[in-house]
Design a protein around this ligand. Structure first.
Ligand SMILES: [Zn+2]
Length: 158
């Protein structure tokens, strides 16, 4: 039996953690949903309200060290987050990224980008291109509780 992919009645194995790693010591943001293999958090990043991360529960630095089954689980979650962001926020573009240079613990960024945001079309980590109307950010922010609810509906077993 694979402990990482339990039947509904089983308790998942505890995550393998590295003390001192920010994604082992804490959720890494506003926790949306915790699943057996990974969790979805909303990063609360200034200027980018719709920045979600899918964080592996285990401390693993490189994607190729994640088991095939866990990779499939994580990608299913990344895909669901992308779809929900597209459906509810209608972004100009979704950005997917897995860098891990600063925090080497596997996590995928799923970011709704808008042509009015401070950095578009550059990556969010690049130099800003323009100032943003606070009203535009608040329109997105007001929709996030609904995004979080739909993510829980789609990702948690019914
Ligand atoms: Zn870690």
């Amino acid at each position: 039996m694979d402990a990482r992919h339990p039947q509904p009645a089983e308790v998942p194995a505890p995550a393998l953690t590295l003390p001192g790693c920010p994604l082992c010591d804490a959720d890494g943001g506003h926790l949306v949903v915790r699943l057996p293999v990974c969790r979805v958090i909303r990063a609360d990043e200034p200027g980018f309200p719709a920045l979600y991360r899918v964080v592996l529960n285990d401390h693993v630095a490189e994607w190729s060290d994640v088991s095939d089954a866990d990779q499939a689980d994580v990608m299913r979650v990344v895909n669901t987050v992308e779809r929900v962001l597209r459906e509810l926020l209608h972004p100009t573009k979704i950005n997917l990224a897995a860098l891990g240079n600063v925090v080497p613990h596997v996590h995928w960024h799923v970011i709704a980008r808008f042509d009015w945001d401070s950095h578009f079309p550059a990556p969010i980590w690049a130099q800003p291109q323009r100032a943003v109307e606070p009203g535009q950010l608040s329109v997105v922010s007001q929709l996030l509780p609904r995004v979080d609810d739909v993510l829980r509906q789609r990702l948690l077993p019914s």
